[in-house]
Design a protein around this ligand. Structure first.
Ligand SMILES: NC(=O)c1ccc[n+]([C@@H]2O[C@H](COP(=O)([O-])OP(=O)(O)OC[C@H]3O[C@@H](n4cnc5c(N)ncnc54)[C@H](OP(=O)(O)O)[C@@H]3O)[C@@H](O)[C@H]2O)c1
Length: 339
């Protein structure tokens, strides 16, 4: 293969930005050549300004990268083709369309453009065909924007994609969401220590909207989202009404049969892993798997009065955010032959 593709991480100092930096430090196709954060950090070395929150050491080769200003011409001069966005939605809603108009291909975690009809909410294992929507944005004459889903929706979509064959009529989902989902510094420790907060603004509406767009299904969705005092990983309990009368073994088999369509560096061989252990899964396994944090774990499957219930775990900042975006960029590079 040829040279690595130069990429930028914008919002590189936040919770999601740090995962981008950690995963891209040693990526076989991509090389980080331009890093931004808010204006106050411009001119500083990445390691000296970031408050590193990941449970791994910061990779050596990203420590001395300069935090630079958000400037299209400077990004072009640095050879950037792909931009990974970890900006807050309000900032992204201005920055991302401008990046696209300037020819960059943006892979974003922000909700700002997710609901535009020509913007895919991509999860390569579940809806790879939606990648072609970038042509409706004008790609390759312009750049493009590809988003990934809200973190809870990502876990749910992964577990449900192999169950679509049974006809999904209703989804009831309750989430137990870690504090890293609120970014850094996030919630006050006064509010979340020894406590749970049964409201996350906008989250339940996002789940309902996004699961329908990603899986092209139209079930009734009932969601509650709760913030819990856990650092990483979102747990979800799910109940489904299905059109077909399936049993627990059919569900487990469907997950086991859910194999990867395209081989991408950040895609695990088995993307949904089930265990029959009574106490599985738990957020403390959020970084399990290969690549770390990219596997969705399921457990506790049961059937009652014709309904199917189960528990799932998704790493909100890896598969549910930066790792998902990197996987999307890999799918894009493969699809449009950019390597
Ligand atoms: N956390 C998750 O689990 C998760 C999951 C899925 C999606 N998302 C989405 O991903 C995005 C990032 O989330 P996060 O949790 O990483 O947030 P965060 O920790 O608050 O980080 C935000 C990043 O954006 C930068 N930034 C803030 N305001 C800016 C401005 N005006 N101009 C330029 N840069 C600015 C920050 O720089 P400074 O450090 O200099 O302030 C920081 O690097 C959000 O849209 C969020 O909704 C998050």
């Amino acid at each position: 293969m040829g040279k690595k593709i130069k990429v930028s991480v914008i919002g590189a100092t936040g919770a999601v930005g740090q995962v981008f930096m950690w995963m891209l430090a040693d990526h076989p196709w991509f090389e980080v050549s331009y890093v931004t954060a808010s204006a106050a950090r411009v001119g500083q070395k990445y390691a000296s300004t970031v408050h590193w929150v990941l449970p791994f050491e910061m990779p050596e080769n990203i420590r001395d990268l300069d935090v630079r200003e958000f400037n299209f011409e400077a990004m072009k001069d640095a050879g950037v083709k792909i931009v990974f966005s970890a900006l807050p939605a309000a900032v992204a809603s201005e920055a991302e369309p401008q990046l696209r108009a300037n020819g960059f291909c943006v892979f974003s975690n922000a909700a700002a453009m997710r609901y535009d009809s020509d913007v895919p909410i991509l999860i390569p294992e579940t809806n790879l065909d939606q990648l072609d929507l970038v042509r409706n944005q004008g790609y390759p004459q312009t750049g493009c924007v590809v988003t990934n889903a809200n973190c809870v929706t990502t876990g749910l979509a992964m577990a449900l994609a192999p169950l679509r064959q049974f006809g999904i009529k209703t989804i009831s989902v309750n989430s137990y969401q870690s504090v890293s989902g609120a970014g850094y510094p996030g919630l006050s420790s006064f509010d979340i220590t020894d406590n749970c907060i049964p409201f996350i603004k906008g989250e339940e509406e996002k789940i309902e909207k996004e699961i329908k767009k990603i899986l092209s299904i139209n079930p009734d969705v009932y969601a509650y989202t709760v913030r819990v005092p856990v650092m990483f990983g979102h747990l979800e309990t799910v109940w489904l009404d299905l059109e077909q009368d399936v049993n627990v073994e059919d569900i487990i088999q469907a997950w086991a049969d859910f194999k990867v369509v395209t081989e991408l560096p950040s895609t695990p061989e088995l993307p949904v892993v089930y265990s029959a252990e009574d106490t599985f899964p738990q957020p403390k396994y959020a970084f399990w798997g290969n690549p770390k944090g990219m596997v969705v774990y399921t457990g506790r499957v049961k059937k009652k009065n014709g309904r199917i219930g189960f528990v799932l775990l998704v790493n909100n900042i890896v598969k549910g955010a930066a790792g998902g975006s990197i996987q999307n960029a890999e799918a894009f590079v493969e699809r449009f032959g950019l390597r």
